[in-house]
Unconditional design. Structure first.
Length: 346
């Protein structure tokens, strides 16, 4: 089968490798139909996170059809159409029961990688996999795109809103205009936010943010951004800030624009080794967040919202590629020619 690897900084390659096999009783082998490139994959592609040559791709989002199941799997069977979340929660440990399956306590291998491939071995699939009604042929390409966002970005955006306790009537700032930030706007609107301030410098992303529910946009950065956001909130600051980037600048802005008692929902993977918490103390601010509770949100809220047409997060996929064009898919995101690159396998 074909599988993508990091050849070197800025360079992807495809290799022919053996198809994965069942190794443990709770494994599921999935034939991948749709995958994508995540903004977090670009940390490796750009060399910000050092990776060895020939390293497995960090891709972690897939739609597919179950090919084979281990002996302990009873929730899905061969032929089922499934979302493969990037998290592999067990559903029964204290973390999962509390709705934090992104931090499952039952196993160390809780995260997917290497799913930019024709087949994947999904560990701990009994609870974590999300079954989609019917078969792939029952769904339009647009619907498949929205379903694929439920493997990560829509659930991650929702996680930011949930841990920030976004509630009806709130004013919310969303840091980041990538797929996660745009999905966080959807999530804030779903949870009843009245004013949603996006932070994009790109016309196409600003337009999509507005379509998803943003009521204002701030395109400047640093101190100018803080002042602009404070002006938009009449000097009070936001009730919740959803930090969906992970850079030092984004984090510092997020910490500065919340009102006293605000919650900052952080889902951007942090790349700042140290953070001064003094200002948060005097503002009674709260910082929460981490890996998203993908399976929990999909099963409880998001899958139904997509199937019912209430949300359409698949619009974050603005360019499509075959697996053979994996280099172009990464370059399109790296160069901001695509918000999110969509990989079509069949």
């Amino acid at each position: 089968m074909k599988k993508a690897f990091f050849a070197s900084k800025g360079q992807m390659e495809l290799k022919d490798v053996d198809k994965p096999t069942i190794q443990k009783p709770d494994d599921v082998i999935i034939k991948v139909l749709r995958s994508c490139v995540c903004g977090s994959d670009l940390w490796n592609f750009r060399g910000i996170n050092p990776v060895e040559a020939e390293a497995e791709n960090s891709g972690h989002e897939a739609l597919g059809v179950v090919e084979e199941v281990g002996d302990e799997i009873t929730t899905v069977k061969p032929g089922d159409f499934v979302i493969a979340p990037f998290t592999h929660g067990c559903g029964h440990c204290p973390a999962c029961r509390a709705g934090f399956d992104g931090s499952c306590q039952s196993h160390a291998d809780n995260f997917s990688s290497g799913v930019q491939a024709e087949y994947v071995r999904f560990q701990h699939g009994q609870w974590a996999l999300v079954k989609i009604p019917g078969q792939p042929a029952d769904y339009s390409e647009g619907m498949k795109k929205s379903l694929l966002t439920l493997a990560d970005v829509m659930a991650t955006g929702y996680h930011a809103a949930r841990v920030a306790n976004v509630s009806a009537g709130d004013t919310v700032v969303v840091m980041g205009d990538g797929a996660v930030g745009l999905c966080a706007i959807i999530a804030a609107k779903m949870r009843g936010a009245k004013k949603i301030i996006s932070t994009s410098r790109h016309a196409d992303r600003q337009a999509l943010a507005k379509e998803f529910g943003a009521t204002a946009n701030v395109a400047v950065r640093g101190d100018e951004a803080v002042q602009a956001i404070m002006d938009l909130t009449n000097g009070a600051g936001a009730d919740a800030v959803l930090e969906c980037v992970g850079t030092e600048q984004s984090a510092n802005t997020a910490l500065a624009v919340g009102r006293p008692g605000a919650i900052i929902g952080r889902v951007g993977l942090p790349h700042t080794p140290k953070q001064d918490m003094t200002s948060l103390f005097y503002k009674n601010a709260i910082v929460a967040g981490g890996p998203a509770s993908v399976t929990t949100y999909d099963k409880e809220v998001l899958l139904k919202a997509v199937l019912d047409g209430e949300i359409n997060p698949g619009k974050v996929f603005t360019k499509s590629f075959s697996l053979d064009d994996i280099q172009a898919a990464y370059e399109a995101m790296d160069q901001r020619q695509a918000i999110k690159s969509y990989l079509v396998f069949d």
